[in-house]
Design a protein around this ligand. Structure first.
Ligand code: TRP
Length: 358
């Protein structure tokens, strides 16, 4: 039903300690898409200030996510790479969406409940409105496809709800101004002309979720107090090997197929990491390693992880040491991003009825 020009948008928060979960769940998946359709990859620094932050660290982390994008193989000539705060249309559209989204919708967001914790009264208004800014990120470009991890599914559903409500609330106005895109399948839920697309989520299945190396039931996380729980994207080869050697396991040898991984969270995680890094399925990995003890599997995994990740760490360190290239990429990206978002916001303002400068 989408008559919108296909376009990918995704974002990563610059919060420091980029790790293997960020790479396998998000960044590595962005790379092949750049050859399939127009792509926009954002460093969402405005989202990073919804919780308490250190300003100097935010600046560094913004460069670091950019370095990771580049080191992972995103080509800034094909994809647009930029940081969110440089393109003011994000903030502007987020305000309009704050007036479209309902308190009830946002109150149901599980990420807000988790991040706000018990003391909701003390959470920032920005943390509550986080999902409307995310919707604005996507819809300021009328993006049709959004690759994210499965933890972002609820936010993407909200993005569709916001697009749908905007399209419906202003249906007459959109038609009158002639700024809509024909909807080939009008329904009671959606009018014949749409201003915003209903974005397709491209969710990485829970199978690709990377868990802590110390506890296979918890997600790998930048905020885990134990650095042994995660492989950071800038870890050295020695650190990577050590963390895999020390990863928690059980005493059994590996099973012959994925059925045998049920109830073995740590084994499943390590096999999943091997599969993701080698581009094979878990069953393929187990057909090679089934029956082998971890004393055989772990060194093989360590070699693979070092082979794939160490060159990326080197490239990130090289880019970070002389950040001129990073800055040039972000400036060029911001200009190209603005060129797309400006006319869309111009129309969005007219739809709302804001009087223009005359
Ligand atoms: N909320 C996303 C995350 O935590 C980051 C994000 C912000 C994003 N804006 C986005 C992802 C737009 C995709 C599209 O992972």
């Amino acid at each position: 039903m989408n008559q919108f020009q296909p376009r990918v948008f995704s974002g990563v928060q610059p919060t420091g300690n980029l790790h293997l979960g960020n790479y396998l769940g998000a960044i590595s998946r962005f790379v092949p898409l750049q050859d399939e359709m127009p792509t926009i990859y954002c460093v969402v620094d405005m989202h990073a200030i919804t919780v308490k932050h250190d300003p100097a660290a935010l600046t560094v982390a913004t460069r670091e996510v950019t370095a990771a994008y580049l080191a992972a193989g995103i080509d800034p000539k094909k994809a647009i790479i930029f940081n969110q705060s440089q393109v003011r249309e994000h903030a502007e559209l987020a305000w309009i969406f704050n007036c479209v989204a309902r308190m009830g919708w946002l109150s149901r967001m599980t990420q807000f409940k988790e991040k706000a914790g018990k003391n909701r009264e003390n959470a920032s208004v920005g943390l509550f409105a986080y999902p409307t800014l995310m919707a604005a990120d996507i819809l300021a470009y009328r993006a049709t496809h959004v690759p994210v991890g499965d933890d972002q599914k609820q936010h993407l559903e909200l993005t569709r709800d916001i697009a749908q409500k905007f399209n419906n609330d202003f249906a007459e106005r959109i038609a009158e101004l002639g700024v809509g895109v024909p909807n080939p399948a009008p329904s009671p839920e959606l009018p014949g002309e749409l201003f915003f697309p209903l974005t397709e989520p491209m969710i990485a299945g829970p199978a690709t979720r990377i868990m802590s190396l110390r506890d296979g039931t918890k997600k790998m996380s930048k905020s885990d107090p134990s650095d042994l729980s995660r492989i950071n994207l800038r870890d050295t080869a020695d650190e990577i090997s050590k963390k895999i050697r020390k990863a928690k396991t059980d005493p059994e040898p590996l099973p012959g197929d994925t059925g045998g991984l049920a109830d073995r969270a740590e084994a499943a995680n390590l096999v999943g990491i091997y599969a993701a890094l080698s581009g094979r399925t878990k069953d393929e990995v187990l057909s090679d390693f089934g029956g082998q003890p971890f004393s055989v599997f772990k060194p093989a995994l360590a070699d693979l992880a070092v082979e794939k990740l160490a060159p990326m760490a080197d490239e990130m360190n090289r880019l970070m040491a002389a950040p001129d290239h990073i800055h040039a990429v972000l400036r060029d990206g911001a200009e190209r991003a603005s060129a797309i978002a400006e006319p869309i916001l111009h129309d969005a303002r007219r739809i709302c009825g804001f009087l223009e400068r005359r």
